[in-house]
Design a protein around this ligand. Structure first.
Ligand code: COA
Length: 229
């Protein structure tokens, strides 16, 4: 399903449960040693997805350990993103020659817990969600906002190695007619730290999809997207 919101130069693999065949490299096993069994299975399955996607891209199998701020350390020449939520795991990979950064996020398709929207949404975003609710009642826009913001962070963080708060990006959704899918744009309200500003445009463009039980968001920053003045 994630491939529906990714360009064809990004490869992806997904799973709707844990894969009994998912194995870990010794380095990954050591990292996962203190995880509870549920987290360890999720950790292994999403890496199994990454290796399946990597095979299609021609990337040799290698341990996939967390780097700065938890972002996966991809092999040289590769960029990617991982996500997991109840009943879903996915990995998306691309060649660094094609893509500067990418972020995917999956969330259960249900409203956010009470009080959480106020913690993650700017006033302008709350007004935007209110306007969206009127024509289409079948998308949990509040959870989709959270999903899109997590995808933003997965693009921002590996490029900047800095934190980005929920109030530091402003999201606007554009539904594709009546279909539960569409695009979004994320305006970054915080300047990228020195040294990374030339790698991040001030507005990121993404795609989203709402399915029964599952919300997906993806942002792909093509390599040439910020090189041209
Ligand atoms: C890191 C974060 C985005 C992960 O999202 P999540 O919905 O909790 O979890 P997901 O299952 O979708 O993603 C988890 C995967 O994200 C990846 N990840 C973790 N930290 C990351 C980072 N800093 N950058 C990129 N990817 C990261 C990892 O691969 C992780 O899986 P793994 O631990 O098995 O390797 C989230 O926990 C977080 O810290 N959010 C706060 C920051 C934020 O979102 N700000 C909003 C900016 S507008």
């Amino acid at each position: 399903m994630i491939t529906r919101i990714l360009p064809d130069f990004v490869t992806a693999a997904e799973s709707y449960g844990d894969e009994p065949a998912a194995g870990l490299f010794p380095e990954e096993q050591r990292h996962a040693a203190t995880m509870c069994p549920v987290r360890r299975r999720e950790f292994a399955t999403v890496r199994h997805c990454a290796r399946r996607a990597g095979l299609r891209l021609g990337v040799p199998l290698a341990p996939l350990l967390p780097g700065p701020r938890g972002a996966p350390r991809w092999p040289d020449g590769v960029v990617g993103s991982l996500t997991h939520c109840a009943g879903y795991r996915a990995a998306a990979l691309a060649r660094a020659a094609d893509v500067r950064a990418l972020g995917i996020d999956a969330e259960p398709h249900r409203p956010l817990p009470d009080g959480m929207l106020d913690r993650i949404a700017l006033p302008e975003e709350q007004a935007h969600l209110h306007a969206l609710r009127r024509p289409a009642g079948d998308v949990c826009w509040d959870r989709l906002l959270f999903c899109a913001k997590e995808a933003v962070y997965k693009v921002w963080s590996p490029l900047t190695r800095a934190w980005l708060g929920f109030d530091e990006a402003s999201i606007v959704f554009a539904p594709a007619g009546d279909a539960p899918t569409g695009t979004f744009r994320a305006r970054l309200l915080r300047a990228a730290p020195a040294g990374s500003a030339d790698r991040l445009p001030p507005v990121l463009h993404g795609n989203w999809l709402a399915a029964p039980g599952l919300l997906l968001a993806a942002i792909v920053l093509p390599r040439d997207s910020v090189d041209t003045p």
